[in-house]
Every structure is written in C-alpha cells, then in structure tokens.
Ligand binder design. Structure first.
Ligand SMILES: *[C@@H]1O[C@H](CO)[C@@H](O)[C@H](O)[C@H]1NC(C)=O
Ligand SMILES: *[C@@H]1O[C@H](CO)[C@@H](O)[C@H](O)[C@H]1NC(C)=O
Ligand SMILES: *[C@@H]1O[C@H](CO)[C@@H](O)[C@H](O)[C@H]1NC(C)=O
Length: 925
C-alpha cells in the first residue's frame, strides 16, 4: 500500500514539472496591466497584455492576495465605447473563457464600477463590483466558429470598466458538446466539489482543462446554505476511474458528502438564472458498503415532480466502486435560487452521496449586425490605425466610436464618421454595400482616386468628401440617390462637368475648390424627363415627395390623448348590501362618537373612501373613527362589507374592529387606535429622517403582518382576500407591533372555489399583474402585494417612484428584480440600515420577495411559506446580532427586546395621517 502512495507522489511531481516546462496547447493566460511573462505556482504561463492599444494600467494591493496576475489591472475610460480583446482560437473547437475582475480600489474612488462584458456581439454578463477585495469571475464555454474571438467591456454605468485577467482554456474532443452549441453558449453558474478538504478550489494541474472546482465549504452569500442535519464529509485515497474527459478530476471525485439522516439538501444562487441550463451531478461510490447494504436515492426539485422519478444507485449505475456515474439534464429550466434535495429511497440502507455538480446556463448567441463582414473588408486596408482596431461587432453591444447603427433586431450601420483620420488610398468601394447608410463623413483625409458608385446606398442623405485629393468625375449616379440632401466635395481634384441632375436637385451642394470641375449647360426639367433611363428615378422621386406630404398631413390629425384614458369601471350593486349589518358588531350612537372625537376635531388620516379621526372614550380607550363619505355608493358597500367581516375576524395581528355607527346618513366604523401610525411613514415618510427602523424590527413587522394575512387566508372560513395590502395599510401600535388594517376592499372568497371574480381594485404598485389582466382574484394576489411590501422593507423605497429607480423604471419590482437577479443585493438595501444586518437574512427575504412577485400566482409561495422564511430570517439575524455584538444568548434576547423600545416614543397623532389617495385604476405597465 505504502509503495502505491509513493508511486502516486512521484507521478504527481512529474506531472507538475512537465506542466511548468511547457504551456498546455490552447491555453492563453493574459495578465491585464502586467509587465512581463511569468509562470505561476500552478504552472500556468502568463503573458502581459502590453500590446493592447486602449486603456491604462494600474498597480493594486489587496490584503492576502499575492498572485502576480492580481497585482495589476487594465482600466478604461468611463465612456460609451467598448474596448475589446481579440484572441486567436481554432474553429470548431470548444473552449472555456474566463474573465476575472479584482477592483482593489485602483482609482481611489470607492465608487464601485459597474459595466458589461460581451463575447463578440453577445452580451455575456454585467460586472457589478460590490467590494474592493472580492474577485468577480465569469466563465463561458463556447464552440469557436471563427478564427478569432472578441471579449469586450462596455457600457460603463458607474465607475471605470477594468479587467484583471483573461484566460482561454481549450477542451478536447467532444467535451461539453450540446445539441444547441451553434446557437447557445454555456455560461458557468456553479461547479462544485462536495466534501472538499479545504476552502481552496481544485483546478490546474489537477484539472487538465483548468476548470475551477469550487469548494463546498467556501463561505459566500447564499452559497450552499440550508444544509440538512446529518450531512458528513467522506473521502478516499483510492484512485477513481476518470478516463472520460468530461468527468471532474480525480481529486474532486475522491471527496463527497453523505446525508446520514437520509437527505442532502442545499440552496444556492445561480448567477444568470432563471432560464434554461445544463445541469449534471457526478457520483462515485467511495464508501465501503457491506454486501447487504444499499445506497439508493432520488433528486427532489421543488415544483418539478418529474425530476424525482429516477432512482440513483451509484454502484449499479457506474458498474462498480470508484467509478463515476454522471446523470444530468442537458436542458432544464432552473430558477435563480435553486433548492434541491437528494432523498434516500425507503428500501435504501444508506443515505445519498454526492461528489460534484456542474450547472451552466444557456446564453443565446447574438448573430451580430448586418454589416459585420462588409465593414471588416472596408477597414482591412487601415488595420494599423487605432480606430480600425476597436474590435468586436461594429454595432453590438455598443457601436464603434466612429459608427452609428439603427436599432433593428439585427442592426445596420447608418452613420460612418471618419473625418480627419489620415485616411489614404481610394475610398473603399465596399462602403456602397452598406445599404442602410444615411451619413458618410470622409472629409479632411488624404483620400485619392475616384468617387465610387453609391447607388446601393439608397438611404444616403449626407455625404462629406471635402478636403481630400479625390480625382476623376463627379458620378451622376449620386443624383439618383432618392434621399440625398447634402453633398460636399469641395477642395478636391475632381474634373469634368458637374452633372446637371445634381444641380437640379433640391440639395445643399458644395463643389468649389476643384480647379478642373466645371458647371455644364443646365438642362431644363421637361427636357430631362425625356431621357428614358431616368424616368423611373424621377417618378420614384415624385412618389417619395408625395408620400412624405401625405404622412406629414396625417401627423397633423393628432388624437386627444385624454381619450385613451379608460373610464372608471361601474360598480355592480351587491345584494348583501341592502341587508342590515347583522352579527355581533357593537353599535355606537352618533353622540357617543361626537363626544369621543370632540366633534371630529382631530383628523389623523384619510383613505379613498373616508376620513379617519382620533377619539377617546369615556373610559380612556383611544379609538380611530373612520367616517365614510356618505355620498359615495362605493363607500356604503364597503361599509357593509367591513361591518360583516370585521365583526367576525379577530386576530392579534389584525387591527381590532370595535363597532360601527349608521345614523343621520353617516356611516362610521370604529377601530382600535394605533399609536405609531403606518409602516409607510416609518420607511420613507418625514419620520425616517429622525429615526429609521432597524432590520430586525422590520423583520418582526413583516412577521406580524404575515401572521395577520395568514389568518385571513387560512383561519377564516371562507377565506378572506385582503385585496389592498400596502405599507400604508400596515399599522403599528405603541409597542411597534404590526397589525393589518383596512378590510374595506376585502371580499369573502366563495367557498369551494379558488378564486373570486370581481372588478379589479387595488393600489398601483401593489397590484398583482395577473389579477389585473385576468380579474381572477386569489390569495396569491395578496402574496404579490406582500412581496412588494418586503421589497419596501429591504430598500426603504416607495413601491412606485418617478425618480428613485433610474430611467425607464418606475416600479420597485422591476428595479429590485434586476438587482437581485444579477446578485447585486447591496444595490437595493436601504442605506439607512448602514451595516446593521446579516447578509444571509437579507438574501432570504430578498429571494422570498422575488418569489412573491413572480408573474403567475401558481409560481408564488403561500403566505404561510413566506411567514416561515421570515421567521428563519429572524433567527439568522438574531444569531448574527449576538455574534456581531459578542453577546451571549441572553444578551441577544435583550437586544432584540430593546429594539421594541422605539415604540415608546410618542409620535403624536399627526403621524397617523396617511394621505391615501392611491386607490385608483392601475396604470398599464
Ligand atoms: C507598477 O509597478 C511596476 C513595478 O513594480 C512599476 O514599474 C510601474 O511603474 C507601476 N505602475 C504604476 C502605474 O504605478
Ligand atoms: C430547452 O428547452 C426549451 C423548452 O423546451 C426550449 O425552448 C429551448 O430552446 C431549449 N434549448 C435551450 C438551449 O434553451
Ligand atoms: C496623421 O499623420 C501625420 C503624419 O503622418 C501625423 O503627424 C498625425 O499625427 C496623424 N494624425 C492622426 C489623427 O493620426
């Protein structure tokens, strides 16, 4: 045995030596900003990107980072251009390309950069830097279809784009073949070594392709959390049969996790998802099982029961021990937050075992602009000029600095701007193949030779060829360009006569400064029409003018925009309306109310259907009195609903209904008074400037509210759907405990059916889009609104805002989704929370919130599931608080308790005022 190990050791050393002696073919390791060649401790040979024309280099220092490739980087101006690296590849060969980014505060700015990276015309990823010391890594697997690839940085929205390394790794044979590879790249999302011996990844030379197998014990946000109890690491020193190329390296397969309690469970974020992906797991039996023992298990994916059918029996599937079995899905739909479980079958004696896993997302390739090939031949003669080396697609993802493109799905070049670029030689005739060209600027160069025939560019409007050394005649074909408006050819060496068609055209036309160019005798128009070949062009011209006139006239008959607005829906009368409020609701007299409120003296709020006043009963009990607008039919209907409903519903997290009054045409509802007003005011009202509520308090408020809603959904028969959940309907008592208020819009769900159809009502920003479209109301509509409230709690932003969410986005859901799905949770966290939160609990809520606002109700969790996650988050947060504060358990309980003290500040009754004008028709999205 010992000799065997020695043999392995020697083998290992030899391998290492060999690899450091010669670079593996198909490997390129670019040290961006580096100064010279070097070989790193893995045996990878790095070369600097010092031939690169663009950008500047910086030296950085990051604590604990000594690898030479991470001591430098290259950065680019924060402009609208793209900067592309061109790499040579072998066509019809598969590669892994890896780009890494270590910020290191190179610009002494601490504005964390955000920019895009693309592979050719295909948007690859958005790089969002969230601290100075974390290395962002992006990997893509692709089949090379041309001899070079371009990796481009662009779209600097914040800070300067930069890059630390660019690595190209060639695969053998059919490794990572997929049936979709001609149209899709694989974007690497997770490559995990389970049961790893350390936090360090396994890569080259253990992995001959230098794939990076991340350790499962690595600590990062939402990476392999919710691990089942009884999960243990196992490992072996025995060799594993990894002869097939696709298989993870032996070192990865020699470790695994085992669910000794029968289950392995994990949850992790999948960057780039939701979407379709390629997902494989790798199993090798590395434990000694007795002959009468078995290990059989199934994969369980939430919401995908079909995936659970196949049973894994590693030894059987792999035909023995220490051999690899690799089941997987070449095309599976996966969410951003993946929870999965391997559960043992009832007849299995051992729990499940897992060695490794790989998940890649399909990234659809962009075909690129229409003019890629043409423009390549145009610039070929100028290949040494800087402008000709911008690389990548001329239009995508952003155009070259001297090009403009239209916004077609496959864009074309519309403007070429090459004024004063020292161009020599002839005007490239291929320019005339750019059929959508509108403007051509070649002035101020040293171009010689004739002006080519631009007949192919029928959209050409503006041509600048002045201040060159162009020779020959001015082509009369220019006169046939139907859209030509400006033509500049002055100060050249043109000769002959100026074609009369150009002189007759309605044209800004300058041909001065051409000594040998003369104006011929002008022909009159009717004579000209007689020239057969030109008749078509003239008719075309006339037709164009006519159609323009017509269109112009059409534009004048503008419609009245207000006519587009839909009238408010007409309410249908509901029969229960006419029934007098029955049940056991307490009936106040009007004089009781007048005395208690001192004749409605103090207004504390107003809703869409009435005004709320402060009151105090003779016994000292404080009350909130809602006087419904008596002229509002709608108000009356809600009055009845509320009375019937509220008298039945009691829960500590629902605002208590005390009674009603209906006298002298007035309809009044009486509630308990909530001293601390609405959640809305505490999140972004005037109050927040003085004191914002901390994260744990926000979680407790969410928990309270969720309990209230859970009671409505599950504790009432028939179930009650709130229909108008929002942060101004969550009220806070003097202890800052939350209660859900305002059942004015609630309706009793019809027993035995899952939905109630009614006219769409609710508040813009909180309204379930599915309900809005289908008018089918379910409890999941409340879950949607609650998801919006969770996002408000995280961000301290209003649900709808014209300013907060950047251009083209008014809605908290869109905004938060964009950030969370790209992993940038920091971008939405309320700055007033400072660092007083644990990122795990934050993620848990952020993910749940995204689930709640899924477009379809059946994809959303129930409120009970949401409640459970909130409670989990509270546990995580309390634990983290205790660790942060270095406190014992007792102390953490104390600190959680002390956060309740906020409730004792007297906020004054004014704070209850919430201008609740928002009940309205939703605006279409
Ligand atoms: C970075 O460091 C190298 C060597 O240590 C030095 O030659 C170079 O000037 C430095 N570059 C910058 C931009 O400071
Ligand atoms: C995967 O499957 C889906 C649904 O069947 C299909 O639309 C898609 O084109 C397939 N391939 C990829 C690469 O997404
Ligand atoms: C053009 O060429 C001249 C001489 O070769 C050079 O001095 C000048 O800098 C160049 N201009 C540009 C914009 O490249």
């Amino acid at each position: 045995m010992e000799r065997l190990f020695l043999l392995f050791l020697i083998f290992d050393v030899l391998l290492l030596f060999n690899n450091s002696a010669a670079q593996r073919p198909g490997f390129v390791s670019l040290d961006c900003g580096g100064k010279g060649n070097f070989t790193d401790e893995l045996g990878l040979q790095w070369t600097p990107d010092d031939q690169f024309l663009f950008g500047e280099t910086s030296n950085i220092t990051v604590a604990n980072e000594t690898r030479q490739q991470y001591l430098t980087l290259r950065h680019f101006p924060a402009d609208s251009r793209k900067y592309c690296y061109k790499l040579d590849v072998t066509t019809r060969t598969r590669y892994l390309i890896r780009a890494t980014f270590l910020y290191g505060n190179f610009d002494n700015n601490n504005v964390y950069p955000k920019f895009d990276i693309s592979l050719g015309a295909t948007p690859w990823s958005t790089i969002v830097i969230s601290d100075t010391t974390t290395i962002e890594v992006r990997e893509l697997i692709f089949l090379a279809s041309s001899p070079t690839i371009d990796v481009c940085l662009s779209n600097a929205t914040t800070g300067q784009p930069f890059i630390s390394t660019l690595e190209l790794r060639q695969f053998n044979g059919s490794v990572y073949y997929t049936p979709y590879e001609d149209r899709f790249y694989l974007s690497v999302s997770a490559r995990i070594n389970f049961g790893a011996n350390s936090d360090a990844p396994i890569r080259y030379p253990d992995d001959p392709f230098d794939r990076i197998w991340e350790s499962d014990s690595l600590k990062k946000a939402n990476y392999l959390v919710d691990v089942a109890a009884g999960t243990v690491k196992v490992s072996t020193k025995m060799p594993i049969d990894v002869t097939s190329d696709l298989i993870p390296p032996e070192k990865v397969m020699q470790t695994a996790v085992v669910g000794t309690n029968g289950s392995l469970t994990y949850r992790l974020n999948l960057d780039g998802f939701p979407g379709f992906g390629w997902a494989f797991s790798y199993f090798a039996e590395i434990e000694d099982l007795d002959p009468d023992e078995s290990r059989k298990f199934r994969l369980v994916l939430p919401g995908q029961p079909d995936m659970s059918k196949a049973v894994v029996n590693i030894q059987e599937n792999a035909h023995g021990k220490y051999r690899v079995y690799q089941p997987g899905y070449p095309n599976i739909s996966l969410p951003f937050v993946l929870s999965f479980r391997f559960g043992k079958t009832s007849d299995s004696s051992r729990g499940p075992l897992l060695n490794a896993m790989e998940i890649n997302k399909y990234l659809e390739q962009n075909d690129g602009s229409m003019d890629g090939a043409v423009i390549a031949s145009v610039i070929a003669p100028f290949s040494l000029a800087e402008w000709a080396q911008e690389g990548g697609d001329p239009c995508l993802p952003v155009p070259w600095s001297w090009v403009q493109c239209n916004s077609d799905p496959r864009p074309s070049i519309t403007v070429i701007h090459l004024s004063s670029k020292n161009l020599t030689g002839n005007i490239p005739s291929d320019l005339s193949k750019l059929s959508n060209l509108v403007e051509l600027w070649l002035d101020g160069n040293s171009l010689t030779g004739p002006i080519p025939d631009f007949s192919g560019c029928t959209n050409l409007k503006i041509i600048h060829l002045e201040n060159n050394q162009l020779r020959g005649e001015l082509p009369s074909t220019l006169g046939n360009l139907p859209n030509l408006r400006e033509l500049y050819v002055q100060n050249n060496m043109l000769s002959g006569t100026v074609p009369s068609i150009l002189l007759d055209k309605n044209l800004v036309f300058n041909y001065s400064g051409n000594i040998n160019l003369h104006e011929g005798a002008r022909k009159t128009k009717h004579l000209y029409i007689g020239v057969g070949s030109s008749v078509g062009a003239v008719i075309l011209l006339v037709a164009t003018v006519l159609s323009c006139l017509f269109m112009h006239k059409g534009n004048k008959s503008h419609y009245n925009k207000d006519q587009l607005r839909q009238p408010l829906p007409i309410q249908r009368p509901v029969s229960t309306l006419r029934d007098a409020p029955a049940e056991a609701a307490h009936c106040f007299t009007l004089s009781d109310i007048e005395v208690a409120t001192n004749n409605l003296e103090k207004k504390i709020g107003s809703g869409g259907f009435g005004v709320v006043y402060y009151g105090r009963m003779k016994d000292g009990k404080e009350i909130a009195v809602k006087v419904l607008n008596s002229h509002s039919y709608q108000g009356n209907r809600e009055f009845s609903n509320e009375v019937i409903l509220l008298s039945r519903i009691h829960h500590r997290n629902l605002v208590q209904f005390l009674g009603y009054c209906q006298e002298e045409g007035k309809s009044i509802l009486v509630y308990e008074y909530m001293q601390n007003g609405t959640l809305k005011e505490h999140l972004y009202g005037a109050l927040t400037r003085e004191r914002s509520i901390n994260w744990i308090k926000r979680l407790e408020i969410a928990e309270d509210a969720a309990k209230g809603i859970e009671y409505l959904h599950t504790g009432c028969v028939p179930a009650v759907i709130h229909r108008d959940l929002k942060s101004s309907n969550i009220l806070l008592d003097k202890h800052m405990r939350a209660k859900v208020s305002d059942f004015g819009l609630s309706k009793l769900a019809v027993e035995g059916t899952s939905h109630v159809s009614s006219v769409v009502r609710g508040t813009v920003g909180y309204l379930d889009p599915e309900y809005y479209i289908s008018q089918q109301l379910t409890d999941k509509s409340d879950v949607y609104s609650f998801g919006v409230i969770l996002l408000e709690l995280i961000s301290g932003q209003e649900a709808i805002s014209n300013e907060s969410f950047g251009a083209n986005c008014r809605n908290i859901v869109q905004w938060a989704k964009l950030h969370i799905e790209s992993g940038d949770i920091q971008g939405i966290i309320d700055p007033s929370l400072h660092n007083g939160y644990d990122i795990q609990s934050m993620w848990k809520i952020a993910e749940k919130a995204l689930m709640c606002v899924m477009p379809h109700g059946d994809m959303r969790p129930s409120i009970s599931e949401v409640l459970k996650d909130i409670q989990d988050a509270i546990l995580i947060e309390r634990e983290a608080t205790a660790i942060r504060d270095g406190n014992s358990d007792d102390m953490s309980r104390l600190s959680a308790h002390s956060s309740l003290n906020i409730g004792s500040i007297d906020l004054g009754a004014e704070n209850y005022l919430s201008l609740d004008e928002s009940i309205a028709q939703p605006t279409a999205r």
